[in-house]
Design a protein around this ligand. Structure first.
Ligand SMILES: NC(=O)c1ccc[n+]([C@@H]2O[C@H](COP(=O)([O-])OP(=O)(O)OC[C@H]3O[C@@H](n4cnc5c(N)ncnc54)[C@H](OP(=O)(O)O)[C@@H]3O)[C@@H](O)[C@H]2O)c1
Length: 286
C-alpha cells in the first residue's frame, strides 16, 4: 500500500516487513485479561490492518491468555503469505492476571505449542524470549537456560527466528553468542529513551529494534512539546510520536497497539508524516 510503503522496510531474519506494523495486545480484555469488550471490533481492527498493508503483527499467547491469538486466527487465517506474526514466550499469567516468569524448559516448550495451536500454524515465524528477572524493565541475569530450550525448538522446526524482549545489552550479547537474534523488543518511546546506545549497536549489526509502548502504553504519552509540534503540523500527538520513532533509526519497526479502527488509521497515516528539522530538534530535546 502506498502510504505504509513510505515508512520503508527492514529485515527480521530472512523476512522483510514494512516498518509500520501493529501490536495486538490491546485486543484482549481490560488489563490484557479475558475476552475483549467488543469481539467484532477486534476482528475489524485486524482485518483493516492487513487490508491497509500491515505485514508485521506482534502478539503473545499470554495476552488474554490465549485470547489475542485466537482472535488473530479467526480474523486472518489462512494468513497472507507476506504476513510475519511475532510472538513471545517466557511469561505466564496468574489467576488474577499477574505477569509471572515462565522460564523452565517445560514452560517454554508448552508456550511454543500453545502459540502454534492457537494461531493455527506449523511453525512460528518469530519468537521473542521475554526476560522476566524484573517484569517492569530489563534486569541482569543469564538467559542461557530458557534460550537453549528455544534453540532446541528452532532445530526441531517449530520456530523460524528468535528474538529477545525486555533485555539488557549484556543479555543481547549472551543471546547472540548462542543463536542468531533477529530482533530486540524493549520499552522505548519519545519519553523513555534508555535504549539509545543499544538501538545504535543493533542498527550497526542489522538487527531490528521493536519498541513496545511506542505511544506510552497504558499511560499514553502527554507532553506540551509534543502537543505543540503536532498542532503546528496539523496532525495528532500520537502521529508525531510514531513519526519520530521512524526517523530515530532505520532498524526500528513499529507495532503501535489499538483496539479501535479510527486509531489504527491515524497511526498508519504517520508513515506519510515528514518531520521538519525544527520539529525534530524540539522532540529530541523533550
Ligand atoms: N515485549 C513486551 O514485554 C511488551 C509489553 C507491552 C507491549 N508489547 C507489544 O507492543 C505493542 C504496543 O504496545 P501497547 O499496545 O501496549 O502500547 P502503545 O502502542 O504505546 O499504546 C497503546 C495505547 O494507546 C492508545 N492508542 C493507540 N493509538 C492511539 C491514537 N491514535 N490516539 C490515542 N490513543 C491511542 C490505545 O488505546 P485504544 O485501544 O483506545 O486505541 C492504548 O491505550 C503491544 O500491542 C504488544 O504487542 C510488548
Amino acid at each position: 500500500m502506498k502510504s505504509l510503503a513510505k515508512a520503508g522496510t527492514f529485515e527480521i531474519g530472512r523476512r522483510t516487513v514494512k516498518r509500520l506494523g501493529y501490536g495486538a495486545m490491546q485486543l484482549a480484555g481490560p488489563g490484557v485479561f479475558g475476552p475483549p469488550k467488543d469481539h467484532a471490533a477486534a476482528l475489524a481492527v485486524l482485518r483493516e490492518a492487513v487490508a491497509s498493508g500491515v505485514d508485521h503483527i506482534d502478539t503473545s499467547d499470554i495476552y488474554g491468555p490465549h485470547v489475542t491469538n485466537r482472535i488473530l486466527r479467526e480474523a486472518l487465517h489462512p494468513y497472507p503469505k507476506d504476513l510475519v506474526i511475532a510472538t513471545k514466550v517466557g511469561a505466564k499469567r496468574g489467576p488474577r492476571g499477574s505477569w509471572e516468569p515462565a522460564f523452565s524448559a517445560e514452560e517454554i516448550t508448552s508456550a511454543v505449542h500453545d502459540n502454534l495451536r492457537n494461531l493455527g500454524v506449523d511453525v512460528l515465524e518469530v519468537v521473542n524470549l521475554r526476560a522476566m528477572f524484573d517484569a517492569q524493565g530489563p534486569a541482569e541475569g543469564s538467559i542461557e537456560a530458557p534460550l537453549s530450550t528455544l534453540v532446541k525448538l528452532q532445530r526441531e522446526g517449530k520456530v523460524r527466528h528468535i528474538g529477545l524482549s525486555n533485555v539488557t545489552a549484556k543479555q543481547v550479547e549472551e543471546g547472540r553468542s548462542m543463536a542468531e537474534i533477529v530482533c530486540v523488543q524493549n520499552h522505548y518511546n519519545l519519553a523513555h529513551r534508555s535504549d539509545d546506545a543499544l538501538i545504535d549497536r543493533l542498527a550497526a549489526a542489522g538487527i531490528a529494534y521493536v519498541p513496545f509502548f511506542p505511544l506510552g502504553g497504558f499511560s499514553p504519552l502527554q507532553s506540551t512539546s509534543l502537543t505543540a509540534v503536532a498542532e503546528k503540523l496539523g496532525v495528532t500527538p500520537m502521529q508525531v510520536a510514531l513519526a519520530w520513532l521512524l526517523r530515530r533509526s532505520p532498524n526500528i519497526l513499529l507495532i503501535p497497539g489499538t483496539s479501535r479502527v479510527e486509531h489504527l488509521r491515524e497511526n498508519l497515516a504517520s508513515a506519510e508524516l515528514e518531520l521538519p528539522a525544527d520539529a525534530l530538534g524540539e522532540l529530541d530535546r523533550m
